[in-house]
Design a protein around this ligand. Structure first.
Ligand SMILES: [Fe+2]
Length: 202
């Protein structure tokens, strides 16, 4: 069973008034994400040892193996973008009470969480991702990963939110101003309801 590009959970112009235009979503979802899915399917077709495995299983099977880096990168990017679309919302930015309480308990305050997340996302040199995770110790933590990697591959815990900081995610809307893209995400686009649901399910 081949991997498939999931449909966006909102229309292509749903985020246009909140800092992510239709053209960004068309290119990012239909071209970039689709390219990762296509490449991954081609690798799986050519490698019998990967067939029948789930996406998580493939990522964990090939991580750290330099000869399998192209498989890892495309599988990781498919995993990352599935979460990314779910964690954007036309009604984003509002943090539900249970998640807010957990943020305050583990990270000090909402302001401190945002500050830490911005620092991680800005300082990810080159392409990569910033994450809010439920760490293996049961506490929230902010992390970052390079290129196609993610919290699953790096044992950082369960991902609650993930922000794509590859240039393809923000260049049309924010040009080189990655910090503004991050602030806009945290205040207007982040689907904290999704993050809270992930937390409850953990
Ligand atoms: Fe992306």
């Amino acid at each position: 069973m081949a991997f498939e590009l999931p449909a966006l959970p909102f229309s292509y112009n749903a985020l246009a008034s909140r800092g992510m235009c239709q053209e960004t979503l068309e290119l990012h979802h239909d071209k970039h994400h689709q390219a990762y899915v296509t490449a991954l399917n081609n690798f799986v077709e050519a490698k019998p040892e990967l067939q029948g495995k789930s996406l998580d299983e493939i990522i964990l099977a090939v991580k750290g193996d330099a000869t399998q880096a192209p498989v890892f990168n495309n599988a990781g990017q498919h995993w990352n973008h599935i979460l990314f679309w779910e964690n954007l919302s036309p009604n984003g930015g509002a943090i539900p009470p249970a998640l807010e309480a957990k943020i305050k308990e583990d990270l000090g305050s909402v302001e401190k969480f945002k500050e830490e997340f911005k620092k991680a996302a800005v300082s990810q040199f080159g392409s990569g991702w910033a994450w809010l995770v439920l760490a293996p110790n049961g506490k929230l933590a902010v992390t970052k990963t390079g290129n196609g990697s993610n919290p699953l591959a790096e044992g950082q815990g369960k991902a609650l939110l993930g922000l794509d900081v590859w240039e393809h995610a923000y260049y049309l809307d924010f040009r080189n101003r990655r910090p503004d893209y991050i602030t806009n995400y945290l205040d207007k686009l982040a689907n904290y309801e999704f993050a809270e649901a992930q937390l409850q399910a953990a």
